[in-house]
Each structure stands twice: as structure tokens, then as C-alpha cells.
Write a protein that binds this ligand. Structure first.
Ligand SMILES: Nc1nc2c(c(=O)[nH]1)N[C@H]1C(S)=C(S)[C@@H](COP(=O)(O)OP(=O)(O)OC[C@H]3O[C@@H](n4cnc5c(=O)[nH]c(N)nc54)[C@H](O)[C@@H]3O)O[C@H]1N2
Ligand SMILES: Nc1nc2c(c(=O)[nH]1)N[C@H]1C(S)=C(S)[C@@H](COP(=O)(O)OP(=O)(O)OC[C@H]3O[C@@H](n4cnc5c(=O)[nH]c(N)nc54)[C@H](O)[C@@H]3O)O[C@H]1N2
Ligand code: SF4
Ligand SMILES: [Mo]
Length: 787
């Protein structure tokens, strides 16, 4: 470890600060290495990639390259602001001091505690920005409420994948082995290049998700890895794949079962690994015996020989690997799709081997503290968490409230009314987290008090909040990047402030300010540095300043940890599951009322489960494939990035476009019984004739921010077409990427507009009939039981 200060240097006219990127602006914990240059007055000059960073090796994506736009944006929230509750939706914000802001927040929270109880405060967290780490502690240790969650219907991002991995593997987040743990990366003698990589519902070049650096796929392709892409769109990577399984959205579990049918039926699996380390292979073989590629072809629209070829290539070329993406989460059958793909990798012997899938036990850095803050919620308050435990006992094992149930509770005020919402790095009424966003908007207007901490004025803040606290950018504050949020963390990266934050503060600094007012016992640290020192010392014998000098700390890594007792807290060999083995047939799902083996369930709204709807809405709509220049609803106000993609785009096959008289660039209304939105036509063979793809996260910061327009948030809001409460028995997954829709040409974005106050859930969409335990689900169960 070098102790000289290496992260800040004088470069003639300029000062150079080395840092690792996280948020804001939005990003997952990828931690790309970069140098930020300022002049001697501390003014931003430029940003450059750090060639010595072991993962990103000097490469940066457009969002960091556009850092100047972010730093200088006039739309940034620069100081605390308040507004009268009666003025929600009006631009009557008033600048206040931090002291006044904290006084207001403290008084409102204490009043709600006294009048209604802490459980009536709800904290909404967004996706994995730096704030995600601190959101549960903010809820539990500042507001003393157990009601906190990431509010996609069915917690449909990352949660389903990690829960399946926890239950069946007992290990963090299974990730493609791209030599990320090794300082000399692909040249490390322990490493092997995967022969095949399955990219399953993932498009990592654009998404760099959860701590995975997307360019690594290109590195591996250059070193010989071949691709199997399972995606309804023909992506850049799909066009370079050996096998592209262009499936009907939402049918991944059927693909998984058919691939298992081939590998088990043709005896292509790793017998030795299965005998020692895999539980339930015979039961699985029985389950998939009739799930042939021909069976799957009818369901998935993927030719049987492509499924068969992909399964054989994967199983007979060791080592190979799988990356699973968001599309696994965004379907109510996703837990089973996830189970089948983990089973596929397990029976082929690709877990925790060089060039396979890396596993690790969660790190205690941050992890322990995030759990321990639950102690600040009184036990009787904890018992009031809205977690849908009757319907979803598996979900209730986790740390979060159940968002679908919370919406119903907010609407019905049974068993109690909520009184306050806190938006922590989330902009849910722009088309991002919420499905049926109008219902959420109406429910949240009822709250006595709403507040947010964010770096930009958003439709959510303008429409709903009474107080907003300003968050500094990552170039303006210190922090620690934790890839995969501690679930498979190949390095810790130092985030070093290069610029003056003005009045803005980092999320952890804000939490400490609020915490010292409301619950000082939980917040003993005076500075962010003290906080990070305390966290780092849970696992290491160095501190934050050492990390700043190292830049990046790469942890030790070993393969085949299951043989060495490194995957279980008790130090015994095996996996951290009840059987000590990878459970391709779960030993615990039965307790949750779930089938212990993977199965296929037709999407709730689909050509086959709702044929009548399909007649009127003849296209399968998938949404939200990432692009390079936005992060969900973010960056729409940054000129450099907006110029690259100025409009929301719906991708339509040329034949389909011709059928409906739609030309490239036309405004297209996408509609189903739940709602409508307008995007512009992008005509491309990327999608098959029966499928369209619509981008998500669109609002228009340049438009009038006041209600009812709210920066145009209701015009291109694709989530108005997505139903709430379509989750499976484990409580996870919802159809964000598979509903039905029709399309037609319109004159402009206005045609997609709606009035949230007038929103009534249409009876014909039949959400109740498709909820777990409902008649439709039961008829499915009857069929499924007979299989
Ligand atoms: N139809 C459809 N909908 C989707 C998806 C899809 O594929 N299709 N994807 C879904 C997924 S996977 C997710 S995770 C959600 C994401 O949904 P969200 O995480 O809610 O994303 P945003 O709406 O962009 O809101 C994030 C807000 O946080 C602010 N922010 C950025 N960085 C920070 C920070 O470090 N601290 C704080 N305090 N604030 C910050 C931004 O300015 C922005 O206002 O969207 C989901 N919505
Ligand atoms: N630039 C940028 N990066 C991001 C984000 C962002 O908004 N912008 N969001 C971040 C977040 S929160 C997340 S969760 C990750 C997500 O990142 P990824 O996991 O890569 O997920 P997506 O890009 O949403 O979708 C991946 C692919 O799934 C395909 N797909 C759609 N429907 C289906 C289906 O039913 N089955 C299958 N097999 N494939 C399907 C899409 O066509 C798309 O190519 O990205 C993160 N990174
Ligand atoms: S992935 Fe892009 S936005 Fe994220 S840190 Fe790297 S360069 Fe920056
Ligand atoms: Mo996500």
C-alpha cells in the first residue's frame, strides 16, 4: 500500500483529482476511473479516463464525458427549498437555509410520530445510485419507519435475481467472470476466457449494470468468447452472436426449461459436480422431460433448432458463462426463469470456476450497518410493515415493504393511512419506477407532508413535494464505490471531491444532518470521512484516506470456494443453503407455497392468456432497453446528451409500420386498456413483426413544470400501460417488459396526455383476475399441477 498522496496533483495551470464515478448524475456502482481537472480557482476544466484503472482502463461513457453539462445545468437544485402544501404543482419554491430545512423536516416527522406513529412514513428509494446504500438506514435510523422500498411493482429490479440466488445458491450475485478481481485482469494465470457467454435479457454495453463494466464483453469477444443472446431485439451484440434466441417477451422460463431438457436429456451435464454439489437434479430432469425445444418453440416463437443448438454449444464448451439481466426480473414468471438459468449453469459445472460465474459471500462493508439500523425501529412498529406476508411469505423475509401492497394501503387507508412520503433518489411519476403512475400520484397527493433529496427539479418534486434538499454530484463529494452493492464486489473505489459543492451535500452527509436531529444515537459520526472509516474498519485494517491513495482496492479472490469452506459463514464446504448444495429443486419454496421446481407461466396479458385483448391490442410491447445517453429519467435536460437522442423512440418492424401507415419519425400513440403514451417511430428490423419496443423515463424538462403539465410527464409515460400487482407467489416480478398494445399515428406528444385525477383503472384490463391466487392464476395452477 503506498501512503503518498497520489489522488490530487498539481499539473501546471491545472489541478488533477483522481476519482471513481458513481452518482449523481445517475449510475450504478461501476466506479470507472477518471481524472477531473480544475483551474486554480477550482472551476471545472475537463474530465479524462484513468488508463491505470484496472476495470475501465481509461474508457468512459458519454454520460461522464458530458459532466460539464451536469455541473453547469441551470436546472440543478442548488440549495434547500420549501413550498406551501396548498401550492403542490405550482412553481412557488422558496430558497431557505439548511437550518430552516432541517427544522421543517424535524417538526413534520415528530408531529407524524406523535399523531400517527412512525410506520405512517414511507421512504421511496430509487435504483442503485450511491443513495441506495443509505436509503434503508435513512428510513430506519432517521424516520424510525419499517416502510421503505424500491417501488417498482414486484420489486422488479435486481431483487428477483438476488432473492433467487440467495434461496438457491446462498451466494451474493452470480456474475460473469471477466477477471475483474485480478489486478492484471485477463492475463492472470488463474483466469480462463469463457468459450460461450449467454447474455440473457441483458444489454450490458448500454447498461453497465450493478457494477459490471459493459465493455468487458467486447474485451472477451476479442479474446475468443462467442455469444448466445436471448433477447427479443436484435442488439449490436445479438448481431454478432452465434445464436440469437429472439423470443416473445416474457417467455424466458420456457426457453430455460427447454435448454435444460436438451442438456439433461442428451446427457451433456457435469455428473461429478452434480453428484457432489447439486441438489435435485433427478427431480429437475423429470420436470423438464417433456419440455422439448419443439414445446418451447410454440410458446416462445424461437425455432427449436436454435434453442437446441444454443443449449448444446453452452453445455459442451467448458467453461462457459451466463449474464442475466433486468428482463428476468420484469416478468411475473421471472423467479422461475432465473431458477432455470441458474440450474443450467450449475449442472454444467460453471459455478465459481475460472471463466464461469463468480460467486461471493456478501461483504460486511456497509452490509452489516444497513441491517443493524433496523434496531431503531420499535418491534411493535416493525410488525406493522406493509409487506404482504399473507400472499408472499418469501417476500416478507426481506428487508422491504411490498410496493404493490403499499399502493393499495395508501388508497384504502387500511389497515392505516400513510401521512408522509420521502423520495430518496427516485423520480417515480416520470415514467420510471411506478406502474400505473396516476394511481400513485393521487395516493401521494393525500400525504400531509412530502419531501425529497435530489440534484434536479423533477415532475415528482414539482408535483408532490413540500421540501427539497440539494444533493451534490460525485465530482463534488467524497465516497466509496461498492460494485454490486457488496453482493459480488471486485473492488472498492475511492470517490474524491474535486469541486466545491456549494450548498449541496452528499446523501450520507444529508442523512447525518437529518439523523442528528431525529435520532442522534444512530448517527455518531461528524464527517463523511469518519463514517467511511467506521465502515471500512468492519472488514479491513486501513481507512478511507488509504483508499484515496490506493484509488482502487481489489479484494483477494479464489475459485471453487465451495470446496474450501469459503461460501458459508460456518466455514464448512458447500453452499450457504439448507442442503449445503446448489438447489435446482428448492428445499424451502414449499414453505412459501411455491413450486420447488421451475415452471413456465404464460404472461398475464398476452396473445394466449388474454386472446380477446390480443385481438384489439395485437402487439407485444417490451420497454426500457437502455441507451447510452440517459439513466432512466435523468439527463433529459443536458444538451450534449439530449442532442444525441432528442425524443422517446418506439421501435417498430418495417412490415408492421407499413401495415399501420407509420413512417420513421412519426408520432405514434401506444395504447392498451390501462393507458396510452406517445413516442416517435423508429423503424427497424431489430424487432420482429409482432413485437414493439418503447423507451422509458421520458419527460420534458424544457416544458412548463406546473400542474397539470408537470414537465409533460403524462405524455410519453410508457408505464401508464403497465399494471400493478401481477407478482408471482414469491412476491417478485411484474410485466414491465411484456404487455399488449396497439399503435396508431397521431399529430404530437399531446395525444398521449392524461389527467391523473381522472384516472380510473379500467375494468377490462382484469388485474384482479391475474393476481396470484385469483381465478386466472388458479386455472393456471390447475393446469400446472397436472403437468
Ligand atoms: N417501462 C419501464 N419502466 C422502468 C424500467 C423499464 O425497463 N421499463 N426500468 C426500471 C428500473 S430497472 C428501475 S431501477 C427504475 C429506476 O427508477 P428511479 O431510480 O426512480 O430513476 P429516476 O426516475 O431516474 O429517478 C432518480 C432520481 O434520483 C436523482 N438522483 C440521481 N443520482 C442521485 C443520487 O446519487 N442521490 C440522490 N439523492 N438523487 C439522485 C435523479 O435526479 C432522479 O430525479 O425504473 C424502472 N422503470
Ligand atoms: N445508460 C443506462 N444504463 C443503465 C440504466 C439506464 O437507465 N441507462 N439503468 C440501470 C438499471 S436500474 C438497470 S436494472 C440496468 C438494466 O440493464 P440490463 O439488465 O442490460 O437490462 P435492459 O437494458 O433493460 O434490457 C436488456 C435487454 O433485455 C431485452 N428484453 C426485453 N424484454 C425481454 C424479455 O422478455 N426477455 C428477454 N430475455 N430479454 C428481453 C431488451 O431488448 C434489452 O436488450 O441498467 C442500468 N444501467
Ligand atoms: S459507466 Fe459511464 S456514467 Fe458510469 S462511471 Fe462509468 S463512465 Fe461514468
Ligand atoms: Mo434497475
Amino acid at each position: 500500500m503506498t501512503m503518498a498522496q497520489t489522488w490530487k496533483s498539481d499539473e501546471g495551470e491545472l489541478i488533477r483529482v483522481r476519482t471513481c464515478g458513481w452518482s449523481p448524475p445517475g449510475d450504478h456502482p461501476v466506479g470507472c476511473g477518471m481524472f477531473i481537472y480544475t483551474d486554480k480557482d477550482g472551476k471545472f476544466v475537463k474530465v479524462e479516463g484513468d488508463p491505470d484503472h484496472p476495470i475501465s482502463q481509461g474508457r468512459l461513457c458519454p454520460r461522464c464525458l458530458a459532466m460539464k453539462d451536469f455541473l453547469e445545468s441551470p436546472d440543478r437544485i442548488k440549495y434547500p427549498m420549501k413550498r406551501a402544501k396548498e401550492d403542490r404543482g405550482k412553481d412557488t419554491w422558496e430558497r431557505i437555509t439548511w437550518d430552516e430545512a432541517l427544522d421543517i423536516l424535524e417538526a413534520e416527522v415528530r408531529k407524524i410520530w406523535a399523531d400517527y406513529g412512525p410506520e405512517t412514513i414511507y421512504l421511496f428509494q430509487g435504483t442503485g445510485r450511491e443513495a441506495t446504500l443509505y436509503a434503508p438506514p435513512m428510513a430506519q435510523a432517521c424516520f424510525k419507519t419499517p416502510n421503505c422500498s424500491f417501488s417498482m411493482s414486484g420489486g422488479s429490479c435486481y431483487g428477483p435475481r438476488t432473492v433467487v440466488a440467495d434461496f438457491l445458491l446462498g451466494a451474493g450475485y452470480p456474475e460473469l467472470d471477466y477477471a475483474a478481481y485480478f489486478p492484471d485482469r485477463y492475463d492472470d494465470p488463474r483466469y480462463e476466457v469463457p468459450k460461450y457467454i449467454i447474455l440473457w435479457g441483458k444489454s450490458p454495453l448500454q447498461s453497465n449494470p450493478d457494477g459490471f463494466y459493459g465493455h468487458a464483453i467486447v474485451d472477451l469477444m476479442k479474446r475468443g468468447s462467442k455469444l448466445i443472446v436471448i433477447d427479443p431485439r436484435l442488439t449490436w451484440l445479438g448481431s454478432r452472436a452465434e445464436y440469437h434466441l429472439q423470443l416473445r417477451p416474457g417467455t424466458d422460463a420456457a426457453i430455460g426449461l427447454a435448454m435444460l431438457n436438451v442438456v439433461l436429456g442428451e446427457d451433456l451435464y457435469d455428473h461429478e459436480f452434480c453428484e457432489n454439489w447439486v441438489f435435485g437434479v433427478d427431480d429437475l430432469a423429470e420436470r423438464v422431460a417433456d419440455k422439448t425445444p419443439e414445446w418451447a418453440e410454440e410458446i416462445t416463437w424461437v425455432p427449436a433448432d436454435v434453442i437446441r443448438g444454443a443449449a448444446r454449444a453452452f453445455a459442451t464448451n467448458a467453461p462457459s458463462s451466463i449474464m442475466w439481466g433486468l428482463a428476468i426480473d420484469t416478468q411475473q414468471n421471472g423467479a422461475q426463469a432465473g431458477q432455470s438459468l441458474l440450474a443450467l449453469a450449475a449442472i454444467c459445472g460453471y459455478m465459481d470456476v475460472p471463466g464461469g460465474i463468480t460467486l461471493s459471500l456478501p461483504s460486511s462493508f456497509m452490509g452489516r450497518w444497513r441491517f443493524e439500523t433496523a434496531q431503531f425501529v420499535e418491534p411493535e412498529t416493525m410488525a406493522k410493515r406493509i409487506d404482504a406476508k399473507e400472499d408472499h411469505p418469501a417476500y416478507a423475509c426481506g428487508p422491504f415493504a411490498h410496493p404493490d401492497e403499499v399502493l393499495t394501503v395508501m388508497e384504502t387507508e387500511e389497515p392505516y393511512a400513510f401521512h408522509m412520503a420521502y423520495f430518496y433518489a427516485t423520480n417515480p411519476i416520470s415514467p420510471t419506477v411506478y406502474a400505473e403512475p396516476e394511481r400513485w400520484y393521487n395516493a401521494l397527493m393525500k400525504m400531509d407532508f412530502n419531501a425529497a433529496q435530489d440534484c434536479f427539479m423533477t415532475p415528482t418534486i414539482m408535483g408532490l413535494c413540500d421540501l427539497v434538499l440539494p444533493v451534490s454530484g460525485f465530482a463534488e463529494h467524497d465516497g466509496v464505490v461498492l460494485p454490486h452493492f457488496g453482493r459480488n464486489t471486485h473492488f472498492l473505489g475511492a470517490m474524491n471531491a474535486a469541486l466545491d459543492p456549494g450548498e449541496a451535500r452528499s446523501d450520507i452527509e444529508i442523512d447525518m444532518l437529518v439523523g442528528k436531529r431525529l435520532n442522534p444515537e444512530a448517527w455518531p459520526w461528524e464527517t463523511a470521512e469518519e463514517f467511511f472509516n467506521a465502515q471500512i474498519r468492519t472488514q479491513y485494517d486501513w481507512d478511507f484516506n488509504d483508499l484515496r491513495d490506493m484509488g482502487v482496492y481489489q479484494q483477494n479472490f479464489e475459485y471453487r470456494k465451495y470446496e474450501k469452506g469459503l461460501l458459508r459463514p460456518d466455514g464448512e464446504p458447500g453452499f450457504n443453503t439448507p442442503t449445503g448444495m446448489i438447489e435446482v429443486c428448492s428445499s424451502i419454496y414449499d414453505d412459501f407455497g411455491e413450486d420447488e421446481l421451475p415452471y413456465f407461466m404464460e404472461p398475464a396479458m398476452s396473445p394466449y392468456s388474454t386472446p380477446d385483448l390480443y385481438e384489439e391490442y395485437p402487439l407485444v410491447l417490451t420497454t426500457g432497453g437502455r441507451d447510452f445517453v440517459s439513466f432512466h429519467s435523468e439527463h433529459r435536460q443536458l444538451p450534449t446528451l439530449r442532442n444525441i437522442t432528442p425524443d422517446p423512440l418506439v421501435t417498430i418492424n418495417p412490415k408492421t409500420a407499413e401495415k399501420y401507415g407509420i413512417k420513421a419519425g412519426d408520432f405514434v400513440c401506444i395504447e392498451n386498456p390501462l393507458g396510452k403514451c406517445v413516442e416517435r417511430a423508429r423503424i427497424s428490423n431489430e424487432v420482429p413483426e409482432r413485437v414493439i419496443h418503447a423507451t422509458h423515463g421520458w419527460w420534458y424538462p424544457e416544458e412548463d413544470g406546473e400542474f397539470p403539465n408537470l414537465f409533460g410527464t403524462w405524455k410519453s409515460n410508457v408505464n401508464k400501460l403497465i399494471p400493478m400487482y401481477k407478482v408471482g407467489k414469491l412476491g417478485y416480478g411484474a410485466p414491465y417488459k411484456n404487455v399488449l398494445a396497439k399503435i396508431y399515428k397521431v399529430d404530437g406528444y399531446e395525444a398521449g396526455n392524461s389527467d391523473p385525477a381522472a384516472y380510473v383503472a379500467p375494468a377490462s384490463r382484469g388485474p384482479e383476475s391475474m393476481t396470484a391466487g385469483s381465478p386466472a392464476a388458479l386455472s393456471y395452477e390447475a393446469k400446472h399441477d397436472g403437468e
